[in-house]
Design a binder for this molecule. Structure first.
Ligand SMILES: [Zn+2]
Length: 144
């Protein structure tokens, strides 16, 4: 979560000020790639998105930032809802289970891990994924 969420050029009256809106994931992509100097591959992995998606988000972010800088526009970074809560599903027999948000779109129909009944709609509507939480979901695996 970026600490600063508004950037305003000096000397432009508020009523004349145009704004570009950067989403949190765009800001995060720029931060990972351009500030931390990660490769796209690594940045994508950190955000739990595919590399092409990361590239698209990054390109969009840079376009907006360049637009704001060169045209004297303000930049707003959307805060909002971007928790990494998993989606919950429930089958006809009342079993609940959770699916991580980042894999859910690839598996539209979920099957109950207990009784193999198909689920209905997820109980929690999908917002969008990556946020600050759950860092370091890396290779390491706990025994037990
Ligand atoms: Zn079930």
């Amino acid at each position: 979560m970026p600490g600063v969420n508004y950037f305003k050029p000096v000397g432009i009256p508020l009523r004349a000020l145009e704004e570009v809106c950067l989403t949190v994931e765009e800001a995060e992509a720029v931060r990972l790639k351009d500030i931390e100097g990660l490769e796209q591959e690594e940045g994508a992995e950190k955000m739990n998105i595919s590399r092409p998606t990361f590239q698209r988000v990054l390109a969009s972010a840079r376009q907006k930032i360049a637009n704001a800088l060169l045209n004297g526009k303000a930049i707003r970074i959307h805060g909002g809802n971007f928790e990494m809560s998993p989606l919950r599903f429930r089958c006809a027999n009342g079993h609940d289970w959770e699916v991580p948000l980042e894999v859910a779109p690839q598996m539209p129909s979920q099957v109950c891990p207990v009784c193999n009944e198909p689920s209905g709609e997820p109980l929690v509507p999908a917002g969008f994924g990556w946020g600050g939480r759950g860092q370091g979901r890396h290779r390491g695996r706990h025994g037990g």
